[in-house]
Design a protein around this ligand. Structure first.
Ligand code: DCM
Length: 125
């Protein structure tokens, strides 16, 4: 599983989940499942095209691996916006947060451990 940290002008893009019911309303780094044969960057490019309608590139790791209960692993990557403006095609809402605001957001549990790492990328907050 791959998740993207898109940071523009010191603000991080977060997306609000619509499903499943226990995660609906919580915020996450957008992303999804890498398919067989896909690199992490391939998967991020495909998922963000589908979910946000944008083209991205890059993929430096951020934070630690998060083991999921089903044995998969969730990994965050910093990606750059190449073209397009993110639109919530698969989420309830999008928002851009600075490092201070990041502390006030209800993130999905899996993403919470990345907050200190993300803050390092958000202009010193
Ligand atoms: N997931 C997560 N944090 C993210 C992206 C995904 O915890 N930033 C988890 C939530 C789901 C699983 O991955 O349990 C599958 O996500 P999706 O339903 O978006 O494919």
């Amino acid at each position: 599983m791959v998740a993207a940290a898109i940071i523009v002008d010191g603000r991080l893009l977060l997306a609000q989940r619509t499903r499943p019911p226990e995660l609906a309303g919580l915020w996450e780094l957008p992303g999804g499942k890498a398919e067989a044969g896909e690199t992490a960057e391939d998967a991020l490019r495909r998922e963000l095209r589908e979910e946000l309608g944008v083209e991205v590139s890059g993929g430096d790791r951020i934070g630690d691996d998060v083991p999921l209960p089903d044995g998969r692993v969730l990994r965050a990557y910093r990606v750059e916006l190449v073209s397009g403006t993110p639109v919530a095609l698969d989420h309830a809402e999008l928002r851009w947060v600075d490092g201070r605001e990041l502390g006030d957001i209800d993130l999905v549990g899996n993403d919470r451990g990345w907050v200190p790492d993300l803050r390092v990328h958000l202009n010193g907050w």
